[in-house]
Design a binder for this molecule. Structure first.
Ligand SMILES: Cc1ncc(COP(=O)(O)O)c(C=O)c1O
Length: 472
């Protein structure tokens, strides 16, 4: 993740300083809350990524495409819960179902009858044999890794440099390593993302670059027999958006089969993003396990791991006592509130017919951004996948994380503030993030975004110019 807390807005010159001043004038109550709560809650937020300088906005309510902060400012929201809310905020069908569910109880810790319908629906939509629900994406990838280790009897997991799969110990490796630490480009070293990780994490989580098969082949030659799983997003969506090169995923599939390694596609961001299904289905490569979260729940805390029966049934091996299987457990797993949300989202909201309009809006935004980049001479382009788009702060097409690191990420900051001050959240917080169009965004919302792109990109260009002049 981009380290937003390191940004200093004065580095971007007088126009950005003025935007930040306006931001502070418009949001005194957010500032007050931040100052109060950060005494007790580190950085004043409950997920590091939510913090940015000078202080984050605090919100009170959201509906449709809009969200309101504590000072009463209204924003058109194109963050949409880091892409979890393809349904938009407070979708009427979900609100109705949630109200009813609240009356019927939201936590039973017993199996719920909706499982019967979901047990048919989920395998059909996502092409999997079996699945289990959890609550967060992190839990889903943690269980996927555990299943891979159990299935192979091996310990190591291979991960792609610059990818994020969750916030637990044996996955917080090289999600966003800095250049000084990351090692050679073609043979990256494992860099721990956090203090407090077990000492053996570097040894157990091995890193390869995206879109380059040779380093993977070399690693497998040396360590392949110790590798349980390879986890990756089929399209990288945590360092902007990076597509796989032709045949790359097919070769990965071949290699993982050759070494009997469980291939896990983390579809937490890519799933439901371009159609009601996975990116793997679009790309025509079948992993052994997938993980899903975010969009499937319409905003509810829910995730799942699913895939081949051979692997999933290790949770309940028929020929062994229960404790010899893979533990998958959780008090809140598959609670009625989450199940209801998944069922309504998948059957009544994110249906095939709603995608063309959302995808068109994303293409309109791409066009507007790229016109503005041309007009103001900013070296950047837009990559999109389905209903989401990301600014790639580079003149050349980006194929891997090292190119992202080399790009001009900082100039995201003035763009973000220019849009916030004019009533629009352009994307999730950070230059590596993206916008998401929901079913509740209207033509007018997109027109407003397009109108602001010109202003915001011109400010970005000025900041870029200022930085270059300062460096000379
Ligand atoms: C690809 C991917 N995997 C896993 C996760 C972790 O999900 P969660 O934040 O729900 O734990 C994320 C979160 O952004 C993600 O983008």
């Amino acid at each position: 993740m981009f380290e937003a807390y390191l940004v200093d807005w004065e580095d971007f010159g007088p126009d950005t300083v003025e935007e930040v001043r306006q931001y502070m004038n418009r949001t005194p109550r957010s500032r007050e809350i931040y100052e109060e709560v950060s005494e007790y809650i580190p950085l004043g937020v409950n997920s590091n990524q939510r913090y940015y300088k000078p202080y984050p906005l605090y919100f009170t309510r959201a509906k449709g495409s809009r969200i309101w902060d504590v000072d009463g400012n209204e924003y058109i929201d194109f963050n949409m819960g880091y892409g979890s809310l393809l349904v938009g905020h407070a979708h009427p069908l979900l609100v109705e179902a949630w109200k009813k569910q609240a009356e019927d109880g939201i936590l039973y810790t017993y199996p719920h009858e909706l499982l019967e319908e979901l047990a048919e629906l989920i395998p059909e939509i996502f092409d999997i044999d079996m699945f289990r629900f959890s609550n967060s994406g992190s839990e889903a990838t943690m269980f996927a890794s555990r299943l891979a280790r159990a299935y192979t009897g091996r310990d190591k997991i291979i991960k792609i440099e610059g990818s994020y799969h969750g916030t637990y110990d044996y996955m917080l490796v090289s999600s966003w390593p800095t250049r000084g630490l990351a090692g050679p480009r073609r043979m990256p070293v494992s860099v721990l993302d956090s203090l407090g990780l077990p000492e053996d994490t570097e040894e157990l989580v091995r890193i390869v670059p995206f879109n380059d098969l040779e380093p993977l082949k070399e690693l497998l030659e040396e360590e392949g027999d110790d590798v349980a799983g390879l986890i990756m997003e089929p399209i990288m969506m945590n360092a902007g958006i990076i597509y796989p090169k032709p045949n790359y995923l097919r070769e990965i599939r071949k290699l993982t089969k050759e070494y009997d390694i469980v291939l896990i596609f983390d579809e937490i961001k890519t799933g439901m993003r371009a159609h009601p299904g996975t990116a793997s289905q679009i790309l025509g490569v079948e992993p052994d396990l997938i993980t899903l979260a975010k969009a499937i729940g319409g905003g509810a805390t829910v995730s799942l791991v699913g895939g081949d029966e051979d692997i999933m049934s290790l949770i309940a091996p028929s020929d062994a006592p229960r404790y010899q299987g893979v533990i998958h457990a959780g008090t809140y797993n598959a609670n009625p509130f989450a199940l209801r949300s998944v069922y309504i989202t998948l059957t009544q909201i994110l249906t095939e017919d709603v995608y063309p309009q959302m995808i068109k809006y994303t293409k309109d935004l791409k066009k507007a951004y790229e016109e503005a980049f041309g007009k103001y001479g900013v070296d950047a382009y837009i990559e999109t996948f389905g209903v989401s788009g990301a600014i790639m702060f580079s003149k050349d097409k980006v194929w891997n994380f090292r190119q992202v690191l080399e790009s001009n990420l900082e100039i995201w900051y003035p763009l973000f503030f220019a849009m916030l001050n004019r009533g629009l959240i352009p994307m999730a917080t950070g230059p590596e993030e993206m916008w998401t169009v929901s079913v509740q965004h209207s033509e007018k919302d997109v027109e407003k975004y397009i109108e602001l792109i010109d202003v915001a990109v011109s400010l970005m260009a000025k900041a870029d110019q200022y930085i270059k002049e300062e460096e000379e």
